[in-house]
Design a protein around this ligand. Structure first.
Ligand SMILES: Cc1cc2nc3c(=O)[nH]c(=O)nc-3n(C[C@H](O)[C@H](O)[C@H](O)COP(=O)(O)OP(=O)(O)OC[C@H]3O[C@@H](n4cnc5c(N)ncnc54)[C@H](O)[C@@H]3O)c2cc1C
Length: 396
């Protein structure tokens, strides 16, 4: 039987950065189990690759705290390891007059969070993003960058292996808790001192199996993308975002020039029918019925959820997505936008008795087990600061 001091479930960015934080604090004998054959198969490898600056999040939330610090830490990590980081900045535009007051509120929040951002007029916007439209004013965030998620995951993976203190067991899925600080995995039993559940889309289920967080359930949201044809990609230099609906944790359909130069439009946030159903037909299980039922209950009991579900589902149709996109880049023609295979799933936590989406990251401890719930966007940007907090507050 394998034995370790720390057992981490999930080799996404959350699990890997927590393992790294432990190694940096001199901890040894760490095992990470990952059910897939490599890292980055799910959210950590299927995201927009935007290093957020921390504008959107309620001051004092974990998201605000760790996104601002995480931006600095991940930027420094990329710089020191010579990893791809495009410091292209980002603009948030008001697509009509009504959005202007929300834009100002967003900037107030950014200031409270200690983010380096400022209000610019439409003339200044033209210098940064010549094709973007805003009603009078916009926000400019110079510290928003674009990274290559897989490159960062690989770099941290290699660092952990080189340390000699971390074993990463791929194709090894957590099955259930066994007796006496031991879990059963698909590769046999593992005994642990502390267990950290960083399993993303399955984190609620695994927490429930340890008898905790029973009121919290994950609902998966499908994030689909379109892209601008390569020959027209000059419409966007960096990141062009709308003012989001602050009743949901989603940022609205936006333009991002990825690390390889592709300009993506998206992601949507459409209720999905499986934790790993990257389209509407694969990975459907009995659980899909439960997810569908929960979506219906949320649809009926939560207005913001209902409005979001309807407007996001419409964006699955390219004409609606194009209409949203054209509000930000008016010169964009319909035939310049094409389908992209890029797709991701956001496992969003719901406080089930309240029927509310949980807006912040959420950590819950039970005995010697620790459960990281709701590590949704901007969890990649925040990962190093979040991992430092988890290690210092709970593990070391
Ligand atoms: C479409 C989309 C766009 C996004 N854009 C951004 C962005 O621009 N910037 C940003 O900062 N964030 C973004 N995010 C959010 C970010 O990608 C995630 O918050 C982050 O990657 C979560 O990392 P994680 O390690 O917690 O989860 P994951 O990457 O999902 O990793 C969890 C791992 O646990 C494994 N696992 C699950 N169950 C088990 C089990 N039983 N046994 C063993 N292993 C298990 C899974 O296989 C998986 O590899 C985006 C997310 C999506 C979906």
């Amino acid at each position: 039987m394998n034995e370790c001091e720390f057992l981490i479930i999930g080799a996404g960015i959350t699990g890997l950065t927590i393992a790294r934080a432990l190694v940096l604090r001199g901890r040894k004998n760490i095992i990470v189990v990952e059910k897939e054959e490599k890292t980055g198969i799910h959210a950590s490898g299927k995201n927009s690759g935007v290093l957020h600056a921390g504008i959107y999040y309620t001051p004092d939330s974990l998201k605000a705290r760790f996104c601002v610090e995480g931006n600095r830490m991940l930027s420094e990590y990329c710089r020191s390891r010579k990893l791809n980081l495009n410091r292209c900045g980002k603009v948030i535009v008001a697509t009509d007059k009504d959005k202007l007051s929300s834009l100002y509120k967003l900037q107030e929040m950014a200031v409270k969070n200690g983010v380096n951002s400022r209000i610019i007029n439409s003339g200044e916007l033209k210098d940064i993003e010549p094709y973007a439209y805003t009603y009078k004013e916009a926000i400019f965030s110079p510290d928003t960058s674009v990274f290559n998620p897989k490159e960062i995951l690989d770099s941290i993976y290699n660092e952990l292996i080189d340390s000699g203190h971390v074993k990463i067991l791929f194709n090894t899925g957590f099955v259930n808790p066994s007796s006496d600080n031991t879990v059963l995995t698909s590769s046999g039993h593992i005994k642990y001192g502390r267990l950290i559940n960083a399993s993303g889309a399955f984190s609620d289920k695994i927490a429930h199996s340890f008898g905790t967080a029973e009121n919290y359930k994950i609902l998966p949201f499908l994030g689909t993308y379109s892209r601008i044809r390569e020959e027209n990609s000059g419409f966007v230099r960096g990141n062009v975002y709308p003012v989001p609906d602050d009743r949901t944790p989603f940022l609205g359909v936006h333009f991002t020039r990825a690390h390889d130069g592709t300009v993506y439009i998206g992601p949507t946030a459409i209720p999905a029918i499986g934790r790993e159903s990257y389209d509407f037909v694969s990975n459907i299980s009995l659980e899909s019925l439960t997810i569908l039922y929960r979506d219906c209950v949320m649809f009926l009991s939560n207005t913001a959820f209902r409005e979001n579900a309807v407007s996001e589902a419409r964006k699955y149709l390219s004409s609606f997505l194009y209409d949203e996109a054209k509000k930000m880049i008016p010169s964009l023609e319909k035939d310049q936008v094409i389908h992209s295979n890029k797709v991701g799933i956001r496992p969003q936590l719901v406080d089930w008795p309240k029927k509310e989406l949980v807006m912040d990251f959420f950590v819950i401890e039970k005995g010697n087990t620790l459960h990281i719930l709701n590590a949704v966007s901007p969890a990649f940007s925040s990962s190093m600061a979040f991992a430092k907090y988890v290690a210092d507050e709970y593990l070391c």
